[in-house]
Design a protein around this ligand. Structure first.
Ligand code: HEM
Ligand code: HEM
Length: 540
């Protein structure tokens, strides 16, 4: 007699999933997250651009590591690039030339790595602006803002150590710049420089050291921060723009699986494809044309990658001040810019905390601001950007001069003045533009959209037909809050006892008035105004 097993055997996929669930608990994990809702807006893709370009950088970086020799030993070139035959150079430089001409796909991968780095940093910059201008950094996302900020700063230094690796004349000039900056630090500068370069600059240690920092230390830290960043995005849930049915307590959008996974997968390949296409078309860092580094040489038109342009500008436009104290030279012309650089960056890091302190707003925010509805913040952002951009012009002063036939001194003075005046003008102009846009919104709410249709009335008058907005549009244009500034407490309390108001409190109230006080918003249309206008008289 034979026995038969009547139990149905589960499909192979289910069995694998069961097996994994027993060990990793994936069912409950998936149940909690697979249907997670994400809101949709084009600007939410900027974070994805950062993520995908970072992945591309790692993939191409691993390939480069297989062929790059992080060594400063001197060798004589005998590779396939004829103009360099017999030239003396470091092994690092030679291996990068070899990657470019003798390794299969090497040049493309090198160019993808470099282009992806530029796009990664540009992506972070624009993503950060998106988060800033929409107020997405407010509670509970301040820590994630800090994680992002660290990613941005570390990204800059990873890029710097990366383009220093090939040991070509351009990168060597960049490292020399850094050495000069370090030397300007009073007392400790020389020690730090000696420690970093293993003796006198350039020595023979910095390439191997930068290599470990570039391929392991910094990307390792960044990877950890990135994972934490994304976990927090998940944990807090994504913010959304105001609209009908969208509140601080819900998220309106599509589920992670399958919609977002499909979109994200496609988007990854788009980003990869675009970067690969750029890298295949546009040469970047042609080290064979630049030549190997020699400390006694520097080429004209030397430029750092764009994200270091700001720091370069600070140094280039600063007057060459130097003072002597007790036999020690203080190179203020370098030291002051080197202090301003972290200060301008730190201003980004602490902004969320400063804003919530000034406004006294400690509530959670999951609905984004339209930049025009937060004019002071928007104006600050544009002022910061203006300072940044002006300094980038300073960083390329020689190129501006040669390309546009300008005097380099005139550019330097433009940048010096522009650094102080530009942000103030930008602040004033931006705030006014925001108020103008708010007025426009109010006008649209009360009088509808200008349709462009001109009608002639029976008595001969011409009028433009205004179409009323839909309920959705009305909601979106009126959903924002218009918070009131903090007020100073009365000088005497309810018992008639004089109250002491500290200087910090006074400052805070003053700043808060600047942020939310008079002239910072156009009062929203009220329901009464709306009804009065739409109920007949005065309605077009
Ligand atoms: C390696 C670099 C970075 C990656 C891969 C990354 C990735 C992401 C992704 C995928 C999102 C969700 C989608 C989106 O809103 O775009 C996000 C949100 C966020 N990111 Fe980043 N980011 C990076 C750098 C930064 C930087 C430099 C900042 C700011 C200084 C920042 C601050 C934030 C904040 C506050 C959120 C939450 C936004 C919200 O819920 O609206 N991130 N990030
Ligand atoms: C945020 C991360 C990174 C950035 C911004 C970055 C940026 C760069 C840049 C701009 C260069 C110069 C490329 C050139 O024109 O020659 C470079 C070189 C290099 N990178 Fe990266 N990189 C990053 C991560 C990595 C990782 C994770 C690895 C390895 C696993 C890596 C390996 C290399 C190697 C070996 C070189 C020298 C070869 C060469 O210059 O072509 N990088 N990197």
């Amino acid at each position: 007699m034979s026995t038969t097993d009547n139990r149905r055997k589960a499909p192979a996929g289910e069995r694998v999933a069961d097996w994994a669930d027993g060990r990793l608990g994936i069912y409950s994990l998936a149940k909690a997250n697979m249907r997670k809702i994400f809101p949709d807006h084009w600007s939410f893709m900027l974070g994805e651009v950062c993520l995908y370009s970072f992945v591309i950088i790692i993939l191409t970086g691993v390939y480069l590591t297989l062929f790059f020799h992080p060594s400063m030993n001197e060798v004589v070139y005998h590779g396939s690039y004829v103009p360099m035959q017999g030239m003396h150079m470091s092994e690092a430089f030679k291996s990068t030339v070899d990657i470019s001409f003798d390794v299969r796909g090497g040049l493309l991968i090198r160019q993808i790595h470099h282009w992806a780095a530029l796009i990664f940093l540009a992506g972070m910059f624009v993503h950060m602006m998106r988060v800033f201008f929409t107020g997405a950094f407010r509670k509970p996302r301040e820590i994630n803002w800090l994680f992002g900020f660290l990613l941005f700063v570390l990204g800059m230094f990873t890029g710097f150590t990366g383009y220093s690796l090939p040991d070509d004349l351009l990168s060597g000039t960049g490292v020399r710049f850094m050495e000069g900056a370090i030397l300007s630090f009073p007392i400790v500068g020389t020690y730090i420089s000696m420690f970093l370069f293993g003796g006198e600059f350039p020595g023979s240690d910095f390439v191997p050291r930068f290599f470990s920092i570039h391929v392991l230390l910094l990307p390792g830290i960044m990877l950890g921060l990135l994972v934490a960043h994304l976990i927090l995005v998940f944990y807090h849930k994504h913010t959304q723009f105001p609209g009908p049915g969208r509140t601080n307590k819900n998220v309106v959008g599509m589920p992670l699986l399958p919609v977002y996974m499909a979109k994200a997968g496609g988007f990854f390949f788009l980003v990869f494809g675009l970067i690969a296409a750029i890298a295949a078309i546009a040469t970047i860092n042609p080290i064979w044309a630049i030549g190997p580094y020699r400390p006694d040489q520097v080429s004209t038109g030397a430029q750092p990658d764009w994200y270091m342009g700001f720091a370069e500008g600070l140094i280039r436009v600063m007057p060459g001040w130097e003072i002597n104290v007790a036999g020690h030279t203080f190179v203020l012309g370098v030291f002051i810019p080197m202090m301003i650089f972290p200060l301008v960056l730190a201003a980004i890091a602490v902004y969320p905390f400063i804003e919530s302190w000034v406004t006294g707003d400690k509530r959670e925010h999951h609905l984004l601001d339209r930049p025009r509805n937060a004019p002071t913040r928007t104006a600050f952002g544009v002022a910061w950007l203006t300072a940044y951009m002006v300094m980038m012009i300073g960083g390329g002063n020689d190129l501006w001069a040669t390309h546009f036939h300008l005097s380099i001194n005139a550019i330097t003075w433009f940048v010096r003045i522009g650094f102080f005046v530009g942000p103030v003008l930008a602040f004033i102009a931006t705030r006014r533009i925001c108020l103008g846009l708010q007025r426009r919104d109010k006008d649209k709410v009360l009088h509808g959209r200008e349709s462009g249709i001109i009608k002639r009335l029976p008595h001969g008058e011409f009028v433009e037909v205004h179409e009323p907005l839909s309920q959705e549009q009305l909601h979106t244009l009126t959903a924002h809050e218009q918070p009131k500034p903090l007020e100073l407490e009365p000088e005497v309390d309810e018992n008639g006892v004089a109250r002491k108001v500290g200087a910090t409190r006074k400052l805070r109230v003053k700043l808060s008035k600047g942020f939310y006080g008079e002239g910072t918003h156009i009062p929203k249309a009220t329901a009464e105004e709306y009804h009065e206008i739409t109920s007949g008289h005065g309605h077009h």
